[in-house]
Design a protein around this ligand. Structure first.
Ligand SMILES: NC(=O)c1ccc[n+]([C@@H]2O[C@H](COP(=O)([O-])OP(=O)(O)OC[C@H]3O[C@@H](n4cnc5c(N)ncnc54)[C@H](O)[C@@H]3O)[C@@H](O)[C@H]2O)c1
Length: 281
């Protein structure tokens, strides 16, 4: 897809991978519609991008709410007359399988899975009608293999990979010119390890659990050792331009994880989890 002049809609656009992708897309001539739950960060992102010369509008939303994504589509249509590239990217982390209460699972699945489903529901009919566009959903290496201490997150990212693979086949069966990609990053230097900043207030007690704190500290170290979000953004643009489904920022770790799981399924040993391996590309 040619990016010049197209309208790119990005959820979780106020920070990290979403913001870096917005900047790269604007650099390639796209107009931007950013959605995020953090009003202040979104305001700063919109100001920065506008200052750099981008045509950009921001909307505060919660991706877990279907009506918020419908409103985002209406904003794109009102401001720019269309939408072409949709990046369902907003995401939050969780804790371990053992001991994580159901409302925290619901929060993670709501943002990470319903957020993607709601973006697809709001924008796919438009893209299919115009028979032009591309959808990118942000999953993770955690969508390709289990990781201790990240149960709800892993579950949500497996779901995103599954949704996008299924969508890929559905688009192909229809002969549609709409493209689909799934982004599976390893660790990237963003604020993802601080994502409980957006945890609903009534669930805050969960953060006192020592197992949650320990898993969070491990993830924080790996995130800080990760790659720069601009490197991820460059791969996103390349995948959109060349209609590539898999966007693997840490290709070695992604293929190794998948090969080791296959060996495990065939009766070999369980893979040894080493978070360091997911920090380097
Ligand atoms: N950073 C990593 O190491 C890494 C690795 C793999 C996958 N990812 C995925 O990348 C995506 C982007 O995360 P990031 O790393 O840039 O982290 P980030 O925390 O810097 O950015 C995430 C953005 O999503 C927004 N957000 C959170 N909940 C929301 C909601 N309910 N509605 C709307 N916006 C919401 C946040 O306010 C934030 O601006 C996520 O889906 C994350 O799971 C990140």
């Amino acid at each position: 897809m040619d990016i010049q002049g197209r309208v790119a809609v990005i959820t979780g656009g106020a920070s990290g991978i979403g913001l870096a992708s917005a900047r790269a897309l604007a650099g390639a001539g796209a107009r931007l519609v950013l959605g995020d739950v953090e009003e202040a960060a979104l305001g700063r992102a919109v100001d920065e991008l506008a200052h750099e010369g981008a045509s950009v509008v921001g909307e505060v939303l919660d991706v877990a709410r279907e009506e918020d994504l419908v409103a985002l589509r209406e904003t794109a249509l009102r401001h720019f007359g269309g939408a072409h590239l949709v990046m369902a990217n907003a995401g939050v982390g969780g804790g371990p399988v053992i001991g994580t209460p159901t409302p925290v699972w619901d929060w993670v699945m709501g943002v990470n899975v319903d957020g993607v489903v709601n973006a697809l529901g709001a924008f796919l009919p438009l893209l299919l009608d115009q028979d032009e566009g591309h959808v990118v959903a942000t999953a993770s290496l955690a969508g390709l293999g289990g990781v201790p201490g990240m149960g709800p997150y892993v579950a949500s990212k497996f779901a995103v990979v599954g949704i996008m693979e299924s969508l890929f086949y559905e688009l192909a069966l229809r002969g549609s010119r709409v493209g689909a990609s799934v982004l599976c990053p390893g660790f990237v230097r963003t604020r993802i390890h601080e994502s409980t900043r957006n945890l609903p207030r009534d669930l805050a007690g969960y953060l006192d659990d020592p197992a949650v704190r320990a898993a969070g500290e491990l993830a924080a170290r790996a995130v800080q050792a990760g790659i720069d979000p601009s490197e991820v953004a460059a791969l996103v643009l390349d995948a959109v331009r060349h209609e590539r489904f898999w966007i693997l920022t840490h290709e070695r770790a992604a293929t190794r994880t998948t090969e080791q799981r296959l060996e495990w399924m065939r009766g070999g040993p369980a893979p040894r989890i080493n978070l360091d391996g997911a920090t380097r590309p």
